[in-house]
Design a protein around this ligand. Structure first.
Ligand code: ZN
Ligand code: ZN
Ligand code: FE
Length: 752
């Protein structure tokens, strides 16, 4: 008898909930090996016994041809004494404390399930909650690890004999598919509203409501959507009124790529993202879309393809649906049927529900392709909670993020787990969603933070929560400057090592500075451990705080005031501002009453948008800046320039040049183009200046302003031409959704 050997193998990474054990089982059969495979909190454990050659081939195949959704982080092996077992089996999952495996994000419906969905002879024909080991809900149904049915919200559904047979058959594609179900035993879709269809099909009933211009609340994977027919302007208008959302863009779900190409330009990279298994909302350049959907002056439309069978069925014969988060303005997405039926009742005409509970809310992710590179604008469903690999090891840490677009980050060793998108932390509902997310992730990944990092802003709800939590648990609290966190997040995402130094250009709307001012047009010489504020936009008084954010014409007037430019009546923002408001504003600016100095680049974009008559009032963040980018259709080199005096970047000469152009009848398209070019020139001249002084050649561009594709592309071209190494965001948002990662990276270094 040939020699036999036995090996213990341990596989970590994304190896649960994606058909890894059946794959190992079949591989062992192929190579004539005995032993077993199982899941535990750390990943997959395997013992295999057989001929040495067969063992070697088995290991090779494991690494080279894992199942498509698997992502192996490590494979370790050690020899064991022979056990002489005869068969290969799949064993029960083991639950161990204090160890963590990775959790798969939710996956869009796979081709095999799609085929079954439309096969009249299949027992899951037209079953809206069909799934398998390759697709379906994961993170949103997981209550704890290891990933096993009793620890998911599918525990409420006992499998019928047919489903159980598939579940226990190692050769079946639903072997250990935890959310597997069928019309006999699984969760059911129901319709609540007037006009149930004659055949009792809840989806047809919902379609009937949509076809007549109605609004339907649809329960999906990570929460509710509010849906209406995107081709029906009146329906979209009604949704805007009922949701109290005058301009903020709605996303559209369309049947396929061809349908997407009818409403927007779709590049190859964008097509790949639209059809990726993450199925994010992709921001496309719009072609034939009503302004009611995108908001006037917005050149982009957010498009996604159906990602569950329920969506596929709902879109049959309905080419495109507006699909916006099912929530009340400013509060988290709703996941519970009962809550939806009451809270969304004033908005929705009908409800399309199912009774599979959602453990974790997950909004749709949003991606923009800039220069053929995807930039995540919102990292949520499909991406969370996969970790970001850190370039250094850290102790257990918590970063609580900022205020807007909050996402938290729990990190341990070389992994940073960014939460799903939580929302704008400006009310008790969002704070409570934050606490739930923290609690869940902490337990799921067995991370007990030893230190908490939060924003320096004393009034952020996230900061106050961190103070309370740190005190209650006797943990050190680290306050991290907002723009330093932005730059550190980018450094960590791009795998910069602990001693790295960059010229960090951080342009955003708002962030609390170390001097108590509102920063946002910052050039930082930064490493993880600290930063120097090398240069910044000149301070202008932000009068009345929020009021000046919502009314860009006030920001324009403040900028004119700071630049010593008269408020002449021919200027659009002056015309818009009623004389009594002008008088009060002028007094405020002169006497510094209720004003805060700000160096925000986002506010300068607002001011310029107002100055050239594009947008005087906004109802959502960055609305004026988006209009300014959209207007910049004519690009030329810029005759505008910022003046640099010491560490001050003064926009006054630029504003004067814009007004000269405006009075000479130069079009807003040209002025907007010149402004973008001037801003990119500013980035380059600043980088050149600080490279000369410090020898640092790496430039990091972060902050929400760099979601502006035009500005980012211009900066890329100009910086690359000057020989700089350029760091830009990809997997972590450049906006405040990314700063929790920077907070933990900084905390890890300041604690050393
Ligand atoms: Zn499937
Ligand atoms: Zn069944
Ligand atoms: Fe920010």
């Amino acid at each position: 008898m040939a020699a036999r050997e036995r090996l213990e193998l341990r596989v970590t990474g994304v190896v649960q909930g994606i058909g890894f054990r059946p794959f190992v089982y079949q591989l062992a059969q192929q190579h004539g090996l005995s032993g077993f495979v199982g899941n535990d909190n750390r990943g997959v454990f395997i013992e295999v016994e057989g001929a040495p050659d067969a063992l070697a081939q088995f290991q090779l195949a494991l690494i080279q041809q894992p199942p498509p959704l698997a992502h192996i982080e490590t494979l370790t092996a050690r020899e064991l004494p022979n056990h002489h077992d005869q068969q290969f089996t799949i064993v029960e999952s083991l639950k161990q404390p204090n160890a963590a495996t990775l959790v798969s994000p939710d996956l869009c419906i796979c081709d095999d399930c799609l085929r079954e969905l439309f096969d009249p002879s299949d027992r899951r024909y037209r079953y809206p909650l069909i799934n398998c080991t390759q697709c379906g809900p994961r993170y949103t149904i997981i209550r704890d690890l290891p990933y096993d049915r009793p620890l998911t919200t599918m525990r409420d559904f006992a499998m019928c004999p047919s489903c159980a047979a598939e579940y226990h058959d190692p050769l079946n594609r639903r072997f250990h598919a935890q959310p597997t179900a069928c019309p006999d035993c699984g969760p059911k879709v129901t319709f609540v509203g007037k006009g149930m269809s004659a055949d009792g099909d809840p989806i047809r009933a919902a379609q009937a409501v949509l076809r007549t211009g109605g609004i339907v609340a649809v329960k999906g994977l990570g929460g509710f959507h509010l849906a209406c027919d995107a081709t029906n302007d009146a329906a979209v208008a009604r949704l805007r009124v009922r949701k109290n959302r005058p301009d903020k863009p709605f996303a559209v779900m369309v049947t396929d790529l061809a349908a997407a190409a009818q409403i927007a330009d779709v590049t190859t990279g964008e097509a790949a993202l639209l059809t990726s298994r993450e199925r994010p909302i992709v921001l496309l350049r719009k072609r034939h879309v009503s302004d009611r959907i995108t908001g006037a002056g917005n050149p982009l439309v957010g498009v996604m393809l159906p990602y569950t069978a329920l969506h596929v069925l709902l879109l049959e014969n309905l080419p495109s649906l507006v699909m916006t988060s099912g929530n009340l303005s400013g509060t988290p997405i709703i996941t519970d049927n009962g809550e939806a039926l009451t809270t969304l009742a004033p908005i929705a005409d009908a409800f399309l529900l199912h009774d599979r509970a959602i453990q974790t809310p997950c909004d749709d992710s949003v991606v923009r392709v800039i220069d053929s590179a995807p930039t995540l604008v919102r990292r949520s469903r499909g991406y969370a909670p996969l970790p970001i690999a850190l370039p250094f090891a850290v102790p257990p840490l918590l970063g609580v993020g900022g205020e807007l677009k909050n996402a938290l980050c729990l990190a341990d060793r070389q992994r940073a787990f960014m939460s799903q998108h939580i929302g704008d932390m400006q009310n008790i509902e969002t704070l409570s969603a934050f606490e739930t997310a923290f609690d869940h992730l902490r337990k799921l990944f067995r991370i007990a933070p030893e230190c908490i990092a939060c924003d320096l802003h004393p009034n952020y709800l996230s900061t106050r929560w961190a103070q309370t939590y740190a005190q209650a648990h006797d943990l050190p609290l680290l306050l991290v400057q907002h723009h330093h966190a932005h730059i550190a997040a980018l450094m960590a995402e791009q795998q910069l090592l602990s001693d790295a130094q960059v010229i960090g250009v951080c342009f955003d709307g708002t962030g609390y500075g170390t001097d108590g001012a509102i920063w946002g047009g910052e050039v930082l010489l930064a490493g993880y451990a600290g930063f120097d504020r090398a240069a910044h936009l000149a301070y202008v008084p932000l009068a009345g705080g929020d009021l000046s954010v919502k009314k860009p014409y006030r920001m324009a007037l403040a900028h004119l005031y700071a630049a010593g430019i008269a408020w002449d009546d021919d200027l659009p923002p002056v015309r818009v501002c009623p004389p009594p408001e002008q008088r009060i504003l002028c007094q405020q600016l002169e006497q510094g009453i209720n004003t805060v100095p700000t160096s925000s680049m986002g506010r300068l974009f607002d001011a310029v948008a107002a100055l050239i008559g594009l947008r005087q009032m906004v109802s959502y963040e960055a609305q004026a800046a988006i209009a300014l980018e959209g207007a910049a259709t004519t690009l030329s080199e810029s005759p505008y320039r910022f003046e640099q005096r010491g560490d001050i970047i003064d926009p006054a000469p630029l504003l004067r040049a814009i007004i000269t152009d405006l009075r000479a009848g130069v079009s807003p398209a040209v002025i907007a183009g010149r402004f973008h070019a001037a801003t990119a020139d500013l980035v380059v001249t600043t980088a050149i200046r600080w490279r000369a002084q410090t020898g640092i050649n790496q430039v990091a561009l972060s902050g929400g302003v760099f979601q502006n594709a035009l500005l980012l592309s211009l900066c890329k071209v100009k910086l690359t031409a000057q020989g700089f190494d350029l760091l830009t965001h990809g997997r972590v948002p450049p906006n405040d959704g990314g700063i929790a990662l920077g907070q933990i990276a900084i905390a890890a270094h300041q604690r050393r």
